[in-house]
Design a protein around this ligand. Structure first.
Ligand code: ZN
Ligand code: FE
Ligand code: FE
Ligand code: ZN
Length: 269
């Protein structure tokens, strides 16, 4: 099986479980590596309900570091950090002060609209869906331009509740963002959380994953588990999607350096 590079513990206030319980699940599922990616703390009063406070960070680090004696699965220390205009200066300084293995970059907000927040779903009903997606992909392009992140989280998150523009619009809007992601040498994740949401589809869609493959963008895999039982969630489906898009390798990270490993069962190149 492939490694899980996206899990959240109870520290982020909307997930349950200790790091050790996630590791137990990863071991049961024979995952080679488990990378913790709790939501990064933020000083700007930015979404404090969904993330640890800055004061919680040493405890997060200690909790993950305490598990790093594990050889199988190997435990990696990561974070899921939000990109948003105005957050870059702090994030650049803060990331440089800590020795992460992996930094996942995500966009969850368009201005004050939490696009994946069920409590704000009315804003999707009122929105021009194509415009909303366009704004999102522009932010992803900016995210890539910061060079602060190793991989993009849930590439087509705006589809979560089923508000999806026509395919030709998606191709036109996502193309430039994917070009920037490729230029930045970043990976994207194949994130199975979408299968647990109304859209019932992995992030990204088969179409977007093929577009990423055409640009030579590597992939890693993430369950976006918010409880231990979700570790490695539906990874067989993720692997099959990746193979269908033409992928033969997955990215792995250590101290923010990427290497590529063959997908299990894929023919070596
Ligand atoms: Zn979360
Ligand atoms: Fe996220
Ligand atoms: Fe997440
Ligand atoms: Zn996420």
């Amino acid at each position: 099986m492939v490694s899980d590079y996206h899990v959240h513990t109870s520290l982020c206030r909307h997930a349950e479980g200790l790091a050790s319980e996630f590791l137990d699940q990863a071991r049961l599922k024979n995952l080679p590596e488990l990378c913790f990616t709790d939501h990064a703390p933020n000083p700007h009063g930015y979404d404090p309900a969904s993330r640890m406070a800055l004061e919680d960070f040493p405890g997060y680090q200690a909790m993950v570091r305490a598990l790093q004696g594990s050889r199988s699965p190997r435990v990696l220390f990561g974070v899921e950090a939000d990109y948003y205009p105005g957050g870059v200066e702090f994030l650049g300084q803060w990331l440089a002060r800590h020795s992460f293995d992996f930094v996942l970059g995500s966009v969850h907000y368009l201005g004050d609209w939490g696009i994946d927040n069920q409590a704000q779903i009315e804003r999707w009903r009122a929105a021009d869906v194509t415009d909303a997606w366009r704004g999102y992909f522009l932010l992803l392009a900016d995210l890539a331009g910061t060079r602060l992140f190793d991989a993009v989280g849930h590439l087509d998150l705006p589809k979560k509740f089923g508000f999806v523009p026509p395919e030709r619009d998606i191709v036109e809007m996502a193309g430039p963002a994917l070009d920037r992601i490729a230029d930045a040498g970043m990976s994207i994740e194949v994130n199975t959380a979408g299968l647990r949401k109304p859209i019932r589809e992995i992030y990204p869609s088969p179409l977007l994953l093929r577009m990423a493959r055409e640009r030579g963008i590597p992939i890693c895999f993430g369950s976006d588990a918010h409880k231990p039982g979700e570790v490695g969630f539906e990874f067989a489906a993720a692997l099959s999607l990746a193979r269908k898009a033409g992928y033969t390798h997955a990215a792995r990270y250590s101290q923010r350096k990427r290497t590529l490993v063959p997908l299990p069962g894929a023919a070596p190149e």
